[in-house]
Write a protein that binds this ligand. Structure first.
Ligand code: WTA
Length: 640
């Protein structure tokens, strides 16, 4: 398979970009021609950002799995689709060819059907990074069930909230997951999440860790038993469900500035076309290459660039169960060496963390197979960029800095590897079809240069195929969150700079969302969790620069009755946050305070707290409007 729509020069990029914005419909339909459709579209695009309503390829019929699997079978059936590297380097890797993956997906799709899953049902998937996770995702898509993958680090409470919001009726999980030296008891977390749940009728459990678990009668079944049953009936293939272009493909929950995560909904056709297009162009994928995206499928990066993008392109996708530092900080480099990885796509936080171990873990690791490097999830600092370039890419691999979001489905701003220029810590140019704009706080386009750059809030003025369609069960929330801040624009929540060449540099969130180790966490969410602790009166959470994580979580907390032992109270609060959200949301610092800087109307002045957390002591701005200006000194003096 080759890709006629792969851009191969800077001039061609410029030409294609112009065409794509002059006539987006002609452009995207010419790309969509290269996919398998049961029926072609009536309309390429209908849109209105005010409602918001966006439809791509309306009237078309398809199934994304026919594009990810069936269409590769004849010529590339024996090509590896998934290579899997286990957490423990002594365990054998696994490989599934397209033929094998197709067979497994069909069989598991039949299992889902046998268990009563129907088109449109919401299926929650809570598994570790094993091939069965990809199989479960694709099997849902095959029968038109809407998958909602929940990252294995979320707590029972978080899962319960998501199950309830999505009204999920089925769960697919594992007994446990291996992650580094830890053994995560997934099934037992699910059991806790299901206490009081009234919608889930079945839990399918895959055996991975042999952790003892309880199987509840009439509710829980084993993956292996169910698959055996299907095999006994000689089922190796099932017909894919015919889906409308705009039918939901999946829900993925993500944090926003309010306390409750939003269920971002993506639609079948647009998501398929866009993830494939960006995979092929950003990474300049050549058939036969091995693509290693280190994300977890529990995040959007895993959905788009481990599963759907690569597989729809007939690529070989490497999936890794473990973590970069287990059994030692050379693990990524071992994997690159062992599997002759050609494309490595990871997060700046992973690079910074591995950098901190020095060059020793790189000794005797052959990285010569690497051709292209990528980063995602947060701004990359120049130091990490240069380390990646020099020590991993040996200065011969282009680095793509890809900016995008759960809501955008695929990469929106990035250089194209080796084709368009790169600039350390700049995501650079928008993808074809993507119309970015910078606006000031009033929503006016920024047109004056400040020290050689335009500076503003990053917005998008025209839809691209994989834009979110709604937030599950609450369309109004989608409108107010993304489309109401500035009329007729999609607002990303990020701030950015643009230089004279039109290159973008993302400076970070301008809303109350933190980016901790590349994970999005809402400050309100963390505050809600902290406030659940019995001894806490009130709290305020802000981010601060953290060498490895990018941002750390700093919590200012007012407590009433403590044990009189600050350390113990801190531990209790951390435990509460772990219970309510998950360990990823644990504050790095907890400072006990007697009050918070509030305006007379009772609003917390986060700006001041942010400055204090960042270590600023002098220029805290105007504090005269505060109810009690003295509190600022107390907080400053007690800074951790
Ligand atoms: C941030 C991850 C700078 C940004 C795909 C965005 C980035 C949020 C970059 C989305 C990048 C992502 N440079 N910042 N290359 N990529 N971000 O939804 O703040 O988990 O809004 O999607 O991550 O995070 P999400």
């Amino acid at each position: 398979m080759s890709y006629p729509y792969q851009i191969t020069s800077l001039d061609q990029y410029k030409k294609v970009y112009q065409e794509s914005i002059q006539n987006p419909e002609a452009f995207w339909s010419s790309i969509a021609e290269h996919f398998t459709w049961r029926k072609k579209w009536n309309n390429v695009l209908n849109w209105n950002f005010a409602t918001p309503n966006v439809e791509w390829f309306a009237g078309a019929k398809l199934n994304i799995t026919e594009n990810c699997l069936d269409r590769h079978l004849e010529k590339n059936g024996d090509t590896p689709a998934i290579i899997w590297e286990p957490n423990n380097p002594n365990e054998k890797p696994r490989m599934l060819t397209y033929k094998k993956l197709y067979e497994r997906v069909c069989q598991f799709a039949q299992v889902l059907k046998n268990n009563g899953v129907q088109k449109g049902d919401r299926v929650c998937i809570y598994m570790g990074m094993i091939p069965e996770l990809a199989i479960a995702v694709l099997a849902c898509a095959r029968i038109g069930a809407i998958h909602s993958v929940v990252f294995g680090g979320f707590s029972a409470q978080s899962i319960a909230d998501r199950l309830e919001d999505a009204k999920a009726t089925f769960i697919i999980t594992c007994d446990g997951a291996f992650r580094g030296a830890k053994d995560i008891p997934l099934k037992s977390v699910i059991d806790d999440a299901l206490i009081g749940n009234t919608t889930v009728v079945r839990v399918i459990v895959y055996t991975r860790t042999r952790t003892p678990i309880s199987m509840i009668k009439d509710r829980d079944v084993w993956w292996e038993d169910e698959m055996k049953h299907v095999e006994e009936h000689g089922i190796y293939s099932i017909e894919a469900e015919e889906m409308d272009a705009e039918d939901p493909l999946f829900i993925l929950y993500t944090s926003g500035s309010t306390g409750k995560p939003k269920g971002v909904v993506h639609a079948c056709a647009g998501y398929m076309v866009y993830t494939n297009y960006t995979f092929v162009n950003v990474f300049q994928y050549k058939p036969g290459q091995i693509h290693f995206c280190t994300a977890d499928i529990g995040w959007i990066t895993g959905h788009s660039y481990i599963v759907y993008g690569p597989l729809s392109a007939g690529a070989t996708s490497l999936m890794f169960e473990g973590i970069p530092t287990y059994p030692d900080a050379g693990r990524f480099w071992d994997i690159v060496d062992k599997h002759k990885v050609n494309i490595l796509y990871t997060a700046p936080t992973a690079i910074r963390s591995l950098m901190s171990f020095g060059l020793e873990p790189l000794q005797n690791k052959d990285l010569s197979s690497l051709e292209i490097l990528g980063t995602v999830g947060e701004p990359i600092n120049e130091e990490a960029w240069h380390w990646y370039d020099e020590h991993i890419g040996k200065k011969k691999c282009p680095i793509v800095d890809t900016w995008w979001q759960t809501e955008t489905g695929g990469i929106l701003i990035s250089n194209l590897a080796g084709i368009t220029p790169s600039k350390p810590s700049w995501a650079t140019l928008p993808m074809p079809g993507v119309q970015m704009t910078l606006v000031d706080d009033k929503g006016n386009e920024v047109t004056t240069l400040e020290e050689g750059v335009y500076k503003g809030n990053l917005c998008i003025s025209f839809p691209w195929p994989s834009i979110l369609r709604t937030t599950y069960g609450d369309h109004e929330r989608c409108r107010t969150n993304y489309f109401a801040t500035y009329p007729n624009l999609y607002f990303t929540g990020d701030g950015a700079l643009k230089d004279e060449n039109g290159f973008f540099r993302i400076t970070g969130r301008v809303d109350d969302v933190l980016n901790v180790s590349g994970h999005r966490i809402g400050t309100a969410e963390v505050e809600n969790a902290i406030n659940m602790h019995a001894g806490v009166v009130e709290s305020a959470v802000v981010g601060y620069p953290h060498d490895i994580k990018g941002q750390g979580i700093y919590a200012f907390v007012i407590v009433s009755n403590t044990h009189g032992d600050d350390e113990l109270t801190r531990k209790d609060i951390l435990q509460t946050v772990t219970r309510v959200i998950g360990a990823i949301a644990k504050p790095d610092k907890i400072q006990f305070v007697s009050g918070l800087p509030k305006t007379r109307s009772g609003k917390i002045m986060r700006r001041i707290l942010r400055k204090i957390a960042e270590g600023e002591t002098e220029n805290l701005g105007d504090t005269t409007t505060l109810l009690d200006p003295n509190i600022v000194d107390e907080i400053k003096n007690g800074k951790l």
